[in-house]
Design a protein around this ligand. Structure first.
Ligand SMILES: [Zn+2]
Ligand SMILES: [Zn+2]
Ligand SMILES: [Zn+2]
Length: 143
């Protein structure tokens, strides 16, 4: 199986400059199939639900609402505080943040979502496959 093909744009390498936590237990709460189906081109352009900011927003992976980052008005942080929804995806670089782990997170389960994000956001870079293939190999290692 080689679903790691067709990755990944240089900009998304931000995802890997901080090593993501691979054992976030909160991802069990996510329905990855549904999350992935909610992600599309329009979604990436959604404004913050609270303040209409359009820059570097995040999508909550539990309710699919879009909120702004701490560089705008921190509405995703507030969303976490008021709802307890823990995991969000950055529309800036596609990385995943878990508020409960207080860390970037990643696992094989996120792979389809990361891939879809990349294909929507950076369609012209689909030939750059190195980063995610490397990551996929890392994740497949047993020890
Ligand atoms: Zn977590
Ligand atoms: Zn906002
Ligand atoms: Zn939510």
């Amino acid at each position: 199986m080689n679903s790691a093909s067709n990755y990944i744009p240089p900009d998304s390498l931000n995802l890997f400059t901080v090593v993501p936590k691979e054992d976030c237990l909160h991802e069990d709460l996510l329905n990855f199939q549904t999350v992935t189906s909610h992600l599309n081109k329009d979604k990436l352009e959604d404004p913050c639900k609270d303040c209409s900011a359009t820059h570097e927003n995040w999508m909550c992976l539990l309710c699919y609402d879009v909120f702004c980052s701490r560089y705008s008005n921190s509405h995703m942080v507030k969303h976490n505080e008021t709802t307890g929804h823990q995991i969000a995806q950055s529309f800036a670089d596609g990385s995943f943040w878990c508020y409960s782990c207080d860390s970037y997170v990643y696992s094989k389960n996120f792979h389809a979502l990361a891939l879809k994000f990349s294909n929507i956001k950076f369609p012209e870079s689909s030939g750059n496959t190195i980063a995610v293939q490397t990551l996929a190999k890392e994740l497949q290692r047993d020890d």
